[in-house]
Design a protein around this ligand. Structure first.
Ligand code: DC
Length: 228
């Protein structure tokens, strides 16, 4: 099975790139951030104390998470309820780090995420996909862009779901999330030494996709020389 793993900071365009690649290659697409978001949504819904790791772990182990491919990305269900839009609100975004920083939550999520790659060719994106979840991925990409570019993209995403937030505020929150992600003790955002670095600030999505497809064509034959 081939796995293309993409990580990098918030708003670098991981989802857009991963989705397009999956479509072009006919691979399954897994947005690991959606799992953290869905669990955060459930924790908020149930009013649990987000500082209580035991409660967060319990939610992680008991929630039924269902991620289904859809033209616009993925549709996400928690215990049978669709939360595709709800998990993208600023409130959920602001609170994901409680789950993301918990070693117990991350450990509980690991097998679930790996299962996706067992039987499928996969494009997977999220903070630790190249380092922890799929360290032996066929191709690893570290996607980056300037803070200004990333905040602009995130603001447009929010507008699409009807959540308006001024760009400077998005930029401030994003800088704060970067700081939390880079400095947290568990699974911090790090660049795998063998990941290809791609700065997308000046690139169109088509240019990004073309660049990654070209890299994949090169490495897939190295990984499986007999493949067509
Ligand atoms: O990529 P995103 O904004 O949807 O991610 C939501 C949150 O989950 C963000 O705080 C980073 C975290 N996350 C993580 O820690 N590990 C992953 N593999 C994916 C996301």
């Amino acid at each position: 099975m081939h796995i293309i793993a993409i990580d990098g900071p918030a708003g670098a365009g991981k989802s857009t790139l991963a989705r397009q690649l999956a479509r072009r290659l006919g691979f399954l697409y897994l947005d690991t951030g959606a799992l953290y978001r869905a669990l955060t949504w459930k924790a908020l819904q149930e009013g649990v104390n987000l500082e209580d790791e035991t409660a967060l772990e319990k939610i992680t182990r008991t929630a039924r998470l269902d991620i289904r491919p859809a033209p616009e990305g993925v549709r996400v269900f928690v215990d049978g309820t669709e939360v595709t839009g709800e998990i993208r609100t600023p409130e959920v975004t602001r609170n994901t780090f409680y789950l993301a920083r918990s070693p117990r939550v991350r450990a509980a999520l690991l097998p679930l995420q790996r299962q996706f790659g067992e039987r499928n060719n996969l494009v997977v994106e999220g903070r630790d996909t190249t380092t922890v979840i799929f360290p032996r991925a066929t191709l690893k990409i570290y996607l980056d862009a300037s803070l200004k570019t990333r905040a602009g993209r995130r603001t447009l995403d929010l507008e699409k779901i009807g959540a308006r937030q001024p760009v400077p505020e998005v930029e401030r929150e994003m800088a704060e999330r970067d700081r939390q992600d880079l400095s947290r003790r568990v699974a911090p955002l790090v660049r795998a030494p063998d990941a290809h670095y791609l700065d997308t600030s000046g690139l169109t999505v088509d240019q990004e996709v073309a660049a990654v497809l070209k890299l994949f064509e090169t490495v897939r034959h190295q990984a499986h020389p007999g493949d067509s």
